[in-house]
Design a protein around this ligand. Structure first.
Ligand code: PLP
Length: 440
């Protein structure tokens, strides 16, 4: 008898991991691929945090589901000091990366979830895994792909017309995939709509401490503390993604208490709490330590300089792209070359454009459609996080190269010589499309 095992449809593999595997395959064939597809910060681990991990390696018992009490207290104080939020330790929950906490928060939501187009690849599958319906609010390049209060209101109205019941909104600033930091007045405007509409805001601020531009990062919880969950962690500003340490700051009062019960219920049933040594090390990462603060600022400055230089190349080539102020992403649109891309390469979607870019110019990117964009929009997400050569440098070297006195040329030579090659290949790519347009 043939036994038939009944399994559900799998969640599609994360697009970012798929491109990483493809780059590895091409490199194994000896091809020189510029990897702008993967968003992982890879600066060295700060020695104080590394030491704390080593010293605590023998900590082996399970910690409380909400996290190590000392760490929760440190996180509460940190969010006060760095972001101007008033947070009590019992509002803090620690998880296995902020991804786990986003998922736990979604499990608590009873209604539809508003996402933006574009938004981080993971939100939609998480919303669906939680059994909820995503409602997508449009953005436009004219607004730097930020959600506006008008667009949010339009999305809510349309969702209700279709019988939906929006209950939550996921915001992300600094944004993945655009690198744009929402201006404070825009965050305030969105918070007002959320308050008026009774929406829970899940504010993904994992990139908060990578902001490097003119626009200051302001947490949604500054404007709407009673209805906002802020998520963050060590993955981006301290390059500790693999340590899987995330935090959530819940609202105060009854809502926060209900969310805490719901979210610790999910954590207790699925992952318990992050590894004990990592939580002890995180308590050092969240201490009030000027040396660690300076290192975080230096890493953000280097991300910023690489990303701005690449943005400058794109701008010089006439590629429309919102100006980045945080994280390490750019979201250029190749719409101006739509006709040439179709005529010369048969490219009609951003996924085909992404493949073409990898095949012809050996630049790995991600298509905008992986971030929920219309495939015909012809946007790509570029990440500069793998362009630098400082993965094995000392912290002092990182601090030295982050100084503004280092000239642009020197910076490129010492930190990211590949930026030159990426710029040349992009210029060649655009040049070939313009020639095709003229001759065609
Ligand atoms: C927007 C955004 N949120 C959350 C995460 C996940 O972070 P963590 O490592 O804390 O799970 C990422 C990681 O790529 C991200 O880009």
């Amino acid at each position: 008898m043939v036994r038939v095992f009944r399994l559900r449809e799998p969640v599609p593999m994360s697009a970012t991991l798929a491109i990483h595997n493809e780059v590895r395959r091409l490199r194994a064939q000896g091809r020189r691929v510029f990897h702008l597809g993967f968003g992982e910060a890879t600066f060295p681990v700060h020695p104080k945090i590394l030491e704390a991990l080593t010293v605590n390696a023998s900590e082996r018992t399970y910690l409380p589901v909400s996290g190590l009490p000392e760490l929760r207290a440190r996180v509460a104080a940190y969010y006060g000091r760095r972001f101007g939020l008033e947070v009590a330790p019992d509002q803090v929950m620690v998880g296995c990366g902020s991804k786990s906490l986003l998922y736990a928060a979604l499990q608590a939501v009873d209604g539809d979830v508003v996402l933006t187009d574009p938004c981080w690849v993971t939100y939609e599958p998480q919303v669906r895994l939680a059994g909820l319906t995503p409602r997508v609010a449009a953005t436009s390049l004219d607004d730097d792909h930020c959600l506006t209060p008008e667009s949010l209101e339009g999305c809510l109205a349309e969702a209700r017309t279709r019988g939906g019941d929006p209950a939550a909104l996921i915001l992300s600033s600094p944004n993945n995939p655009t690198g744009v930091v929402y201006p404070p007045e825009l965050v305030e405007g969105l918070a007002e709509v959320a308050r008026r509409e009774g929406l829970l805001v899940i504010s993904d601020e994992i990139y908060a401490l990578t902001a490097y531009g003119e626009t200051p990062h302001r947490s949604a919880a500054c404007f709407y503390p009673e209805g906002t969950i802020v998520t963050g962690g060590l993955s981006k500003h301290l390059s500790l993604g693999g340590w899987r340490l995330g935090v959530a700051v819940l609202p105060p009062g009854e809502l926060g208490a209900r969310l805490a019960r719901a979210m610790t219920g999910v954590a207790g049933a699925v992952w318990t709490t992050p590894a004990s040594p990592v939580q002890h090390a995180a308590a050092v990462a969240y201490a009030d330590d000027p040396e660690i603060d300076a290192y975080i600022a230096a890493c953000a400055a280097i991300h910023g300089r690489m990303t701005r230089q690449l943005h400058g190349r794109l701008a010089a080539l006439g590629v429309p792209c919102a100006e980045p102020s945080g994280a390490f992403y750019l979201y250029p649109s190749f719409g101006p070359w739509r006709e040439a891309l179709r005529a010369r390469h048969g490219v009609e979607s951003c996924r085909e454009l992404c493949r073409l870019m990898l095949r012809e110019e050996e630049i790995a990117t991600l298509p905008g459609s992986d971030f929920g964009a219309d495939p015909g929009y012809l946007a790509l997400r570029l990440s500069t996080s793998q362009l630098h050569r400082l993965g094995d440098a000392t912290v002092d070297r990182v601090l030295e190269l982050a100084r503004p006195e280092v000239s642009d040329d020197e910076f490129r030579r010492q930190v990211c010589p590949d930026l030159e090659g990426v710029g040349e290949r992009l210029a060649r790519f655009i040049g070939s499309l313009e020639k095709a347009a003229v001759s065609g």
